[in-house]
Design a protein around this ligand. Structure first.
Ligand code: 2AL
Length: 253
């Protein structure tokens, strides 16, 4: 099985880290193809970044169809372009936020999300509503860590983990003490390499959406399930797109 893991931002180091996390959890026989779009924001930290990133995500899914990919992971916690990506995919497409929240809901009655900049909290809160997780999500907590400050905070940061790692652990501990949560969801793909060490420090289940989404896609593919082409996730209607976006025009199928 071949799963394409798409980092919607264009920071190659982060894509490599996401690919490593995906490969570490993938079953033997699963090939992980980790990519980022050629153009777009270097990090996604707001509605505008997210909107601009969506075309790159869609381009990677469209290429993935030609490459024979069996499924896709959208590896940014805003799940940018999720439903549009499903329209152009044969196999399942799973976002890391939805995968992590669903995993958390299976192992706890309540979870908190620990994310990056406080301004991104509302993006996660909107997803909580959209996925029907408002009864299970106790709180979305910002750390005011910029996404690119997560680079170099894994094992390479050495004993103690460095200030960024410590700040994430401190926020997770506050969540555990104050939110009545049974699990914590990490709210950024750039935290994928921290999950085991954060869990050790915090002492309750901590979920990385990249790993959760890979396992979810593997499971759906093994079940023989792809994206439904009945109704709104059917292939986009063929039509002309004009100007710079002409290459995104859906072809007749
Ligand atoms: C993210 C993420 O997962 N990737 C990115 O660029 N921004 N999420 C976030 N909450 O900052």
């Amino acid at each position: 099985m071949r799963i394409k893991v798409i980092n919607p931002n264009t920071t190659a180091g982060m894509t490599a880290k996401i690919g490593e996390a995906a490969r570490a959890i993938a079953a033997p026989g699963t090939e992980i193809v980790a990519v980022n779009p050629a153009a777009g924001p270097v990090s996604i930290e707001g509605h505008y970044d997210e909107a601009v990133s969506v075309l790159g995500v869609l381009e990677e899914v469209r290429k993935g169809e030609a490459e024979g990919c069996d499924g896709y992971v959208i590896a940014c916690f805003g799940d940018p372009g999720l439903l549009a990506a499903r329209e152009v995919a044969t196999g399942p497409v799973v976002g890391i936020a939805e995968a992590a929240m669903h995993a958390a809901s299976f192992i706890s009655t309540g979870f908190s999300i620990v994310t990056t900049l406080t301004r991104t909290c509302v993006i996660a809160e909107h997803l909580v509503e959209r996925y029907g997780m408002h009864h299970a999500c106790r709180k979305v907590r910002g750390t005011d860590i910029p996404v690119l400050d997560l680079e170099g905070t894994g094992e390479e940061a050495g004993e103690g983990g460095g200030p960024v790692f410590r700040a994430i652990v401190a926020e997770c501990r506050r969540a555990a003490a104050e939110d009545r949560c049974g699990a914590i969801v990490l709210g950024c793909a750039g935290m994928a390499d921290l999950v085991a060490r954060v869990q050790r420090e915090v002492g309750l289940p901590v979920i990385d959406g990249v790993a959760a989404a890979v396992v979810q896609v593997e499971g759906l593919v093994r079940l023989g399930l792809g994206t439904s082409k009945h109704g709104d996730l059917a292939w986009p209607l063929p039509k002309t797109y004009t100007g710079d976006l002409a290459r995104f025009a859906p072809a007749a199928r």
